[in-house]
Write a protein that binds this ligand. Structure first.
Ligand code: NAD
Length: 404
């Protein structure tokens, strides 16, 4: 009887377990290890950070998919993987967990790139708890203004204008207005400090301009070509036009990028920023065909341009499904096949009712902006819940506002 261990309960880990339940021989022993019982719909984490969605709406118990009668769930933090002895080491247990096959899906962590003060003075945004802390912090500062009359209590600086920063700003437009009304304060100023001179370069110019115009019209002030060099208590310091400049704020949110899990820093994985270049079948290397690496810890190469696919939920879900199918085949005496990725498209939301997106439809790349793009993102989210969690999951977590 083969033992398959899946590490991580994010999009990739949950999808891998689901496919293994469906496709591995029934006597295969399945184990899921995650440091939390809660799976989070991370594509909506910026909504929690802006206080427009509650943590409950985007989380569910991993046991809803990893049914206890079929999957052994271990709640613990993975500290290392011994590739030679085929064992996973855990933080709270002296007993390592052995495996015949392992699927590593340990996800991402916030990256500071060694920028001084970022860890101490800016709020990270990678977990559900961090997202709740961001919303609570911003609301508290706005409330605090009533006593302090400090204008920096009414400023929010988002560091980095990648997907996370832009989607967060799209939500903050609405929530900061509500909080300002609630605490009877003047308007809250929103800033975004970004090293690049253009925003959302992965989108067609027209779409990127639409997003930037929309955010600017709603009060977001972009500081572009501004490379953050430090974060001090109450201010972000950056280099722009060969000068050191700063913007003061009592709410600084850090969205300048992510790396793969620390576990991948082990030299045995030869990772770069926590990401491992996989073989085309998503296994680690020729020496370890029993180890598969998927989601944000994997650098899965796109043969068309020899660059890794971006670390999106879509790539995580599809790579995990493929790795799990390969493991199911290997356990049954078959062989692993190469992974092929065909993107469904990319959508960046700008609050609940606006978005931009480029989507594959009928063999064509269709560009969408405004409400239609926003509705599409909800459909994509629903799809992920539907497959992982069944119809009851969608009803419970309710994202049916698309139909109204
Ligand atoms: P990111 O790496 O995509 O963006 C970080 C931004 O910070 C970049 O624009 C970069 O130029 C900027 N930056 C980096 N160093 C800086 C510095 N010193 N000073 C100023 N700016 C600096 O990170 P992210 O937005 O957290 O996204 C992480 C991953 O998750 C990405 O792969 C992204 O595609 C994915 N994601 C996708 C979606 C979606 O598909 N809707 C949503 C969120 C995240």
């Amino acid at each position: 009887m083969a033992k398959v261990v899946v590490l991580g309960g994010g999009y990739a880990g949950m999808r891998a377990i689901k496919v293994l339940i469906d496709k591995a021989p029934k006597d295969t022993q399945l184990v899921l290890i995650s440091n939390t019982r809660v799976h989070t719909e991370k594509t909506n984490i910026h909504e929690v950070a802006a206080g427009t969605t509650t943590p409950k709406e985007i989380s569910f118990d991993v046991a809803e998919v990893a049914k206890p009668q079929r999957v052994k769930f271990i709640q613990d933090t993975v500290t290392g993987i011994d590739l030679d002895s085929k064992e996973v080491k855990l933080q709270d247990s002296d007993e390592p967990v052995s495996y015949d096959y392992v699927i590593i899906a340990l996800g991402f962590r916030s990256e500071t790139f060694g920028i001084k003060g970022a860890e101490e003075n800016a709020l990270p945004l990678t977990t559900l708890d961090e997202a709740s802390a961001v919303a609570e912090h911003i609301e508290n500062q706005i409330k605090h203004y009533q006593d302090s009359q400090d204008p920096n209590d009414l400023k929010v600086v988002v560091c980095g204008a990648g997907f996370t920063g832009i989607e967060l700003l799209g939500e903050l437009i609405h929530s900061t207005k509500k909080w300002a009304q609630k605490y009877n304060t003047p308007n809250v100023e929103l800033y975004c400090v970004e090293a690049a001179t253009s925003i959302l370069p992965m989108f067609d110019h027209g779409l990127a301009d639409f997003a930037v115009d929309y955010l600017k019209r709603n009060g977001v002030q972009f500081v572009l070509g501004a490379k953050i060099s430090g974060v001090e208590p109450g201010k972000v310091v950056y280099e722009k036009d060969d000068e050191t400049q700063e913007v003061a704020s009592n709410s600084i949110v850090w969205t300048v990028g992510v790396s793969g899990s620390h576990v991948m820093d082990d030299p045995a994985f030869s990772s770069k920023r926590g990401r491992v270049i996989t073989k085309d079948d998503l296994s680690l290397n020729d020496d370890h065909p029993e180890v598969f690496v998927v989601g944000d810890v994997a650098a899965i190469m796109n043969p068309a341009n020899n660059r890794p696919w971006p670390t999106t939920a879509q790539v995580a879900l599809k790579s995990a499904a493929h790795a799990a199918e390969n493991v199911a085949n290997l356990v049954s005496g078959g062989s692993a096949t190469p992974f092929e990725f065909h993107s469904l498209g990319t959508v960046a939301s700008l609050g609940r009712t606006q978005a931009i997106g480029e989507v594959a439809m009928g063999g064509k790349q269709v560009k969408l902006k405004g409400y239609p793009a926003s509705a599409l993102k909800k459909v994509i989210v629903d799809r992920s819940l539907f497959y992982d969690n069944g119809v009851s999951g969608i009803l419970k977590h309710g994202r049916f506002d698309i139909w109204h």
